[in-house]
Design a protein around this ligand. Structure first.
Ligand code: NAP
Length: 314
């Protein structure tokens, strides 16, 4: 028999959107749970440095998320990290999240599950994952001391991680499919000024090859279709993120890329279910916008729960 734990609102995910929602919901007097299938902190925990979160001109991503969690603790949301979720039901009036021994129930759910690194989906990527293919420079960069690595992508993640990898690697190639970058100008400038970084533009990787570990990648010029070989010891794809929605896919309206559709109140297509942060269809995916989404979602969850409680009194 599974135990039942009932809350006013349950927040799924513990990045900036999740913690911000937990702070606002618990402070708004909701019995609040925050659940994550991983350790708390979300994606920013892996960012080396953040320099555009107001109030902190430079702070480590892990440190900032520790501060979010400490702040959340102050208002008493119940925390459930590393939860193995078996089933999520959002479409019933009382929503539920089921594990092997517990059913978490609430009238309102705030989805703040974020997004995960997108795969290149090329030959060799899966085979060499953990043996030269990595999606986390902070976790694995130190393994590439005096080696040659390639970063794929032209956004902030790719260029920031390329700069980070120059602390270890003797050479970092940045492979980008266009000749213009999506990364902020200041980040582009830093990468261009870094002597260890070499750009390979209008180019995509088409295959990762090696024996036990990565030894080379096959590249294709996007303008000429010409192929070439680049000898590297590691490949770090940083080509964006896709939403973490697999556990409840199909229960909410999503856009073509799978990001959850919300209105300005963070209300999804299902009453009582809100989405906040990178998982939703939003024009900007930053710590500050995720935190703001979490606040808006939680304030609307507070109103929704108050309405339900008023109706129950009648
Ligand atoms: P992004 O901005 O979406 O950039 C993805 C890059 O990968 C783009 O340059 C894109 O090329 C390229 N790309 C996409 N699919 C590809 C494919 N199949 N093959 C080759 N290249 C491909 O992703 P991101 O850099 O991870 O950033 C995500 C969000 O987080 C952004 O809003 C970013 O500003 C934010 N962020 C902030 C910080 C910070 O504040 N410290 C750090 C990291 C990220 P095109 O340009 O041609 O589309």
């Amino acid at each position: 028999m599974k135990q039942e734990l009932t809350f006013d609102t349950i927040i799924l995910g513990s990045g900036p959107a999740g913690f911000s929602a937990a702070i606002y919901a618990a402070r708004g007097n909701l019995k609040t749970a925050i659940i994550d299938i991983n350790m708390f902190g979300g994606q920013p925990s892996n960012y080396l440095e953040i320099e555009n979160y107001p109030g902190f001109s430079l702070i480590g991503g892990f440190e900032l998320m520790e501060k979010f969690e400490e702040h959340c603790d102050k208002f008493g949301a119940e925390k459930f990290p590393m939860v193995e979720i078996e089933k999520i039901t959002l479409t019933d009036k009382v929503k539920s999240i089921e594990t092997n021994d517990t059913i978490f129930k609430a009238n309102s759910i705030i989805i703040a599950t974020g997004a995960s690194a997108q795969k290149l989906n090329i030959k060799g990527e899966e085979e060499f994952k953990g043996r030269g293919v990595s999606y986390c420079a902070i976790c694995d960069g130190a393994f590439y001391k005096d080696k040659v690595v390639a970063v794929v992508g032209g956004g902030n993640s790719a260029l920031e991680e390329a700069i980070y990898l120059t602390k270890f690697a003797k050479k970092v190639f940045v492979i980008h499919r266009r000749d213009e970058f999506r990364a902020d100008k200041i980040v582009q400038q830093r990468a261009k000024e870094n002597e260890k970084i070499e750009f390979i533009l209008n180019t995509v990787p088409v295959e990762i090859q090696g024996t036990n570990t990565v030894e080379q990648i096959i590249l294709k010029n996007t303008k000429t279709d010409e192929q070439s070989t680049l000898v590297v010891n590691g490949v770090f794809p940083y080509i964006g993120f896709s939403p973490n929605i697999s556990m409840f896919s199909g229960q909410l309206q999503q856009n073509a890329q799978g990001f959850i559709e919300t209105d300005g109140n963070m209300q999804t297509s299902v009453e009582g279910v809100y989405a906040a942060g990178d998982v939703r269809n939003t024009p900007l995916r930053q710590v500050i916008t995720a935190a703001a989404d979490g606040a808006v979602a939680a304030c609307n969850a507070v109103k929704y729960i108050e309405q339900i409680k008023e109706l129950e009194k009648v």
